[in-house]
Design a protein around this ligand. Structure first.
Ligand SMILES: *Cc1c(COP(=O)(O)O)cnc(C)c1O
Length: 398
């Protein structure tokens, strides 16, 4: 080729100059991939060979992060799962439900799952001619009855522990009932993370996460992931829906999640240790009516949590005596703990469900699922546990 003119040189792409591999996963900020020749393009697009073409279909940064999370989620199950990253937890849930359900089918789920998921089910899933059944799924007889009554039930969608009451469902029990009626089981494992609980090894078909929370852990990116041992389902249905809805994650956000994943085990250990200590202390406090934490003997799901989780997690909620006014005064008196509507970050975050995440839920329904005006959710961070406890205690006295 002749010597390029100056302006052509400015446009020209780089020559491949790598001699050794980068130690840290690079951010492949590229929309597409270059073919050596047309034959290569024909083979890859035709499916005869695998290869990257366009980043909505696949990108090395995204795939590296998805396979790491899939390995962690299937750790107790031979590491056989595959994963697809999405641009948020909500898109992971959307893709999963719309891949598994068709008009005429029934979806069975709990009334107290993540608020966004409940809204999606009411506003989008039921619009598609899919029947939605909300009931407590933590009792084998009750669940059996639900499946008997709804023969078109194709999906059982679970969250355990739940937000913000931290109730748990026995995944093994629920899965065996659902499978005996031919339904697939999806578990949102955002609160527990694979460090504490691996639903695939308890029989679940699909696990989803909002990676925005504990998997990232540092609150600097939104993201989601869908994981399953069923490679056919992942490739033909889940990946295809992700590709066609354009819900792929961004390589930069995936990279941030990847950095967080490296300390997941360390962070979860500290989250659990701090939360356990704080829950036990707060249970004795005179300003508090009730502490919801699965690690407490007094919690209604303690035995289920003990059976299926390695430890009890970093999430809790406390019911403050004096209702709304006292709860708000408590929140506003905190110094170290921050008022932030997310969870799973390294620092301690508080939220008032009745006036934020559950503000649109009718009061009777909200109260029935244990969300009183005095309830405050705490995402216990990895600071020194004593500092967190002291901040909470001084705010309770305020
Ligand atoms: C945050 C959250 C979601 C939604 O995830 P986004 O990343 O915000 O879209 C879903 N499920 C649970 C349990 C969550 O906490």
């Amino acid at each position: 080729m002749d010597k390029l003119k100056f302006d052509s040189l400015t446009v020209k792409e780089w020559e491949h100059i790598l001699t050794t591999e980068p130690h840290i996963l690079p951010i492949y900020a590229t929309s597409s991939f270059e073919f050596d020749d047309t034959q290569q393009s024909i083979e890859i697009f035709g499916g005869a060979k695998s290869g990257h073409t366009y980043s909505r279909y696949g990108n090395p940064t995204l795939e590296a992060v998805a396979s790491k999370i899939a390995l962690l989620e299937s750790y107790d199950h031979g590491g056989s799962a595959t994963g697809v990253l999405t641009n948020s937890g909500m898109s992971a849930i959307h893709i999963t439900l719309f891949s598994l359900l068709k008009p005429g089918d029934t979806l069975i789920t709990q009334p107290d799952i993540y608020g966004g998921t409940t809204e999606m089910i009411h506003q989008m899933v039921s619009q598609q001619g899919i029947q939605v059944v909300l009931d407590n799924c933590d009792d084998a007889d009750r669940l059996e009855e639900l499946f008997r009554k709804h023969s078109s039930a194709r999906v059982l969608y679970l969250e355990t522990p739940t937000n913000p009451a931290l109730s748990c469902v026995d995944i093994k029990m629920a899965t065996s009932v659902a499978h005996s009626y031919g339904a697939k089981v999806v578990v949102d494992n955002t609160f527990a993370t694979p460090y504490l609980q691996q639903p695939l090894s308890l029989g679940a078909d699909i696990v989803i996460h909002s990676t925005t929370k504990y998997l990232n852990g540092h609150g600097n990116s939104l993201g989601g992931v869908i994981i399953s041992n069923d490679t056919e389902l992942m490739k033909n249905s889940i990946w295809n829906t992700m590709k066609l809805t354009g819900a792929n994650a961004s390589p930069f956000d995936a990279f941030l999640t990847y950095q967080g994943l490296k300390t997941l085990a360390l962070r979860m250990e500290r989250h659990c240790k701090n939360a356990n200590q704080i829950a036990h202390e707060l249970e004795k406090n005179k300003h508090i009516l009730k502490v919801n934490y699965p690690g407490l003997q007094s919690h209604n799901s303690h035995s289920i949590a003990k059976k299926q989780m390695r430890d009890f997690g970093g999430m809790m909620s406390i019911e403050i005596k004096g209702g709304l006014e006292k709860a708000i005064r408590f929140m506003d008196s905190l110094h170290l703990c921050k008022r932030v509507p997310t969870l799973g970050d390294v620092d301690t975050l508080v939220l008032h469900p009745a006036s934020s995440s559950h503000v649109k839920v009718p009061k009777e329904i909200r109260i029935a699922s244990g969300i009183s005006d005095g309830l405050v959710r705490i995402s216990v961070g990895i600071e020194n546990g004593e500092d967190i406890l002291n901040d909470i205690l001084q705010a309770l006295e305020a």
